[in-house]
Write a protein that binds this ligand. Structure first.
Ligand SMILES: C[S@@+](CC[C@H](N)C(=O)[O-])C[C@H]1O[C@@H](n2cnc3c(N)ncnc32)[C@H](O)[C@@H]1O
Length: 617
């Protein structure tokens, strides 16, 4: 083939890609640098005492934030430390430990609290203990205690906490464990540290999987330093309430302590960290048993809560290691929700369908092609499959063949390369030129590609009858796949037992109602940025209402177009109102009050999640 022009003929040329994809963004980079800098100066400065100026300290700052991430070192605001220390330290002779003390905010607050309760400065040197891995932070904590008390004999251990055991501390056991364990996700929490962490948790009787983040074994190990009757007061990720890997931690807390309180916030309260955070208070000696989850708007509510916390009721029934997200709801809302999901015509999605992740290509830039590229390489149509776009490009309840064609015509990567023939056969087709080009570009050396044979054969390519969004901002969506498109790993495929078009349309229409949405909020995970993430296993626990009779079925089928139209206009409440009328009021016979309560409950939970996208602290 003769080359006509550089621009037209080299759709994958690095230079062309640079011109098209990178150069247009260069003018935006400078403002981004400035924004990051100002964010650093406002939020992270506590980690270094001086502000960052662009010329001298920008890279310095990047290095520190990377290190912060590696150590999970986001320091606690004073208002949180005051509240936790005020609740946990109750007597002048209490002995306290912060097992990752950073620059010592908890230790200093504990010092003031102990003095306020009657301890002398000298006594506190035998009552305040800290462990910290980072030498400089540990020295700062010691300096701060020394400056404040005028005494230098505080026992701060600069060591990996997972290598510290009660016999290494001055007193083997303490009355109060305080702190804010490092938040290090499993993919950074590796090697010897993780091995030691899992072992330490196991020694305390909790078996955690390798998918755990650092805070979970940290918390469990920290509890093994508590005297019988001791108290735990910590800042922990809201993951405690919702992730599967934290199930054994939830069980452990319920078994180990008489009562457990979790304080959650509507706004994001932790400067610098993206993770949603809660406060955990647990005591072994409490008169009353159970679990309570308290919701506050922001840190300002802590002062009042401190006065009334002990009077707030604890929930004793139906608590276990299953997600605690539902305890964010008022008791009557939990009861209403549970009475509905116990009905025979309300069924978890996994009884009706299997949810699966989409194809993992190993290199989307290579395996997903535009029509121009597919034509230029003259790839045979039988090696190309229509590929689903990102969820935001499928805004309705149905993804049609026409929508896919429009995306294709506007230059989206709408074809998946699907050639699983052995090289001997593949060589005989035009697609081989593209495969050879992949080798020249080193695509075959990528992790996924080099571990499969042939390297270009993407496994598991199948067309799901419907898609389910994986990351949702407003509401999760079940989308009927009328385009015959294959899904990538950013949108799930849903395979119904009955995958006839009418049966799928019925399931899709029945997905849009307040009960199903509430169940998705409860089983999914909400992230700091306001996103609701539904992993496949979690999404299989969303609750669907099974249409009970022919009239309901017909109503739903007729309503699908209208639901679809509302979703496309982002009129989510209107879409849900249709499902509510047919399924909740019609079939489940919910009265006005119950429906109002269900909606309020749903909106409060969804609003809580979404407020994280807007709050700027
Ligand atoms: C989230 S910060 C909390 C610091 C301080 N307690 C506060 O609340 O401001 C977690 C601290 O744990 C420390 N850290 C991380 N991994 C550690 C380990 N394995 N052993 C001891 N300290 C560790 C970090 O350096 C960091 O100072």
């Amino acid at each position: 083939m003769t080359r006509i022009s550089f621009a037209m003929m080299e759709p994958h040329s690095p230079l062309l890609r640079y011109r098209r994809e990178i150069r247009p963004f260069v003018p935006f980079v400078i403002p981004i640098v400035k924004t990051v800098e100002s964010w650093y100066n406002t939020n992270v400065r506590t980690f270094r005492s001086r502000p960052c100026t662009r010329r001298n300290h920008f890279w310095d700052m990047c290095e520190m934030t990377a290190k912060q991430k590696q150590l999970g070192a986001f320091y606690t605001p004073e208002a949180m430390a005051d509240f936790l220390v005020g609740w946990a330290v109750r007597r002048s002779d209490d002995i306290v430990l912060d097992p990752g003390c950073g620059e010592g905010v908890f230790l200093l607050t504990a010092y003031h609290r102990l003095c306020q309760l009657g301890a002398s400065a000298a006594q506190t040197t035998a009552q305040i203990y800290g462990v910290e891995l980072e030498q400089r932070a540990c020295e700062r904590a010691r300096d701060a205690l020394q400056r404040t008390s005028g005494l230098g004999a505080y026992d701060l251990i600069c060591e990996d906490f997972f290598q510290v055991f009660p016999d290494l501390l001055g007193p083997p056991l303490v009355d109060v464990v305080l702190g804010n364990p490092p938040y290090i996700r499993y993919h950074h929490f590796t090697g010897d540290t993780r091995r030691r962490a899992l072992k330490a948790a196991e020694r305390a009787g909790v078996r955690l999987t390798r998918l755990t983040s650092a805070w979970a074994p940290y918390l469990v190990h920290a509890v093994s330093f508590l005297k019988p009757g001791g108290r735990l007061a910590m800042v922990v990720p809201a993951e405690l309430l919702q992730v599967d890997y934290a199930r054994p931690v939830r069980r452990f807390l319920l078994d180990h302590f008489a009562n457990v309180t979790v304080v959650a916030f509507e706004e994001r309260v932790f400067p610098g960290a993206l993770e949603d955070t809660v406060l955990l208070l647990a005591e072994s000696d409490g008169q009353t048993r159970g679990l309570r989850v308290v919701r506050l708007q922001n840190l300002e509510g802590l002062a009042d809560l401190a006065k009334e916390l002990d009077r707030l009721p604890l929930r004793c029934e139906c608590i276990g290691e299953d997600k605690w997200t539902r305890f964010l709801l008022a008791d009557e809302s939990i009861d209403l929700y549970e009475s509905l999901v116990e009905r025979a015509d309300v069924r978890p999605l996994d009884e009706l369908a299997a949810v699966d992740i989409g194809v993992v290509t190993g290199n989307n830039d290579y395996f997903l092609l535009t029509e121009t590229a597919a034509r230029w390489w003259e790839i045979e149509p039988r090696f190309l499959r229509p590929a689903a776009p990102k969820a935001r490009l499928m805004p309705g309840a149905v993804f049609t063949a026409e929508e896919w064609a429009t995306l294709r015509d506007t230059g989206a990567r709408s074809f998946l390369l699907d050639c699983r023939e052995e090289p001997r056969q593949a060589k005989q087709h035009r697609v081989w030129r593209y495969i050879t080009d992949g080798v020249a570009r080193g695509v075959h050396k990528g992790y996924k590609c080099r571990t499969r044979s042939p390297w270009y054969g993407v496994p598991g390519v199948r067309v799901p009858p419907a898609f389910l969004t994986y990351m949702a901002h407003e509401i999760p969506r079940l989308i009927a796949n009328h385009a015959g498109a294959v899904n990538h790993n950013l949108i799930h495929g849903v395979y119904f037992e009955d995958d006839q078009p009418e049966a799928v349309a019925l399931r899709v229409a029945s997905f849009y109602n307040t009960l199903t949405m509430l169940s998705a909020e409860l089983v999914g995970r909400s992230y700091g940025g306001g996103v609701l993430k539904l992993e496949t296993k979690e999404s299989e626990r969303t609750q669907l209402i099974e249409p009970a009779d022919e009239t309901t079925r017909q109503h739903l089928l007729t309503a699908l177009d209208q639901i679809d139209a509302h979703l496309r206009r982002r009129a989510f409440d209107k879409a849900l109102a249709i499902g509510d009328a047919i399924l909740l009021q019609g079939q489940l016979a919910l009265d006005e009050d119950a429906l109002r309560q269900l909606r309020l409950t749903y909106h409060s939970l969804r609003g809580r999640r979404m407020s994280r996208a807007h709050s700027n602290t």
